[in-house]
Design a protein around this ligand. Structure first.
Ligand code: MN
Length: 225
């Protein structure tokens, strides 16, 4: 695994995304991080990233995760990302690779439920526990065959296992805000100079008020100019 593909796709003079250092020093860390970034690019999707061997293994999940064990969500494996990417929330300029607004939708730690993660990835069946703010409990990523149109080996399914955290609640609609800033996509776009109207199409139509209220400008309060 290397960050070559990640870097080839991006111009770091133009995009605020992290370039990533040299392969993370092989320091034994007590916990492996995971992040899910909601990304309003050409298509809205959720980037699911698991730290492994000094990089973030990454899958793009068009519909986002489901807490319902009977629901399988397509997850297309994409290029590894640098560990620093887990903290990235902001705007990738339009016209650049992945141009659009990025939100840290969930973040925390993960633990494999298998001894040998590399082998599980090779086999295409990785079971793990998530300790996030929104997602918890046991999950699995299973590689599929012939599903996802010709991109052999890149197509996986993300599925919740049955446990106390399984639910039929629609987590992506019910919890649409950033776990690091409490912002919606439109607010991130507004704050960071992005395309607010495009970002807003990724937010629920009637967002629930968050616990920590973020002031939003009402349309009626906007000064004429
Ligand atoms: Mn993405």
């Amino acid at each position: 695994m290397s960050l070559d593909h990640y870097r080839q796709k991006r111009d770091f003079q133009l995009s605020p995304e992290p370039r990533g250092g040299e392969r993370g020093a092989a320091v034994l860390k007590p916990k492996l991080q995971f992040v899910i970034q909601k990304h309003r690019a050409t298509q809205l999707h959720y980037d699911f990233r698991l730290e492994f061997n000094g990089v973030l293994l990454s899958w793009a999940v068009p519909k986002g995760p489901s807490l319902d064990p009977s629901v399988k969500r397509l997850a297309m494996q994409v290029e590894d990302h640098p560990l620093e990417y887990a903290g990235f929330e902001g705007v990738i300029p339009e016209g650049e690779y992945g141009g659009g607004t990025v939100m840290v939708w969930d973040r925390g730690y993960w633990a494999p439920e298998v001894r040998d993660v590399a082998r599980a990835l090779e086999k295409g069946d990785l079971k793990f526990i998530l300790h996030g703010k929104k997602l918890r409990g046991s999950w699995v990523l299973v590689r599929t065959r012939g599903y996802g149109g010709g991109r052999e080996g890149r197509s996986w399914l993300l599925i919740k296992h049955r446990d106390q955290y399984a639910s039929t609640a629609d987590i992506v609609t019910e919890k649409p805000r950033s776990v690091i800033s409490r912002r919606l996509l439109a607010q991130i776009a507004r704050d960071e100079g992005g395309n607010v109207a495009k970002a807003a199409t990724g937010d629920p139509e009637t967002p629930r008020p968050s616990v920590a209220k973020v002031p939003t400008r009402k349309p009626s309060g906007r000064a004429k100019s």
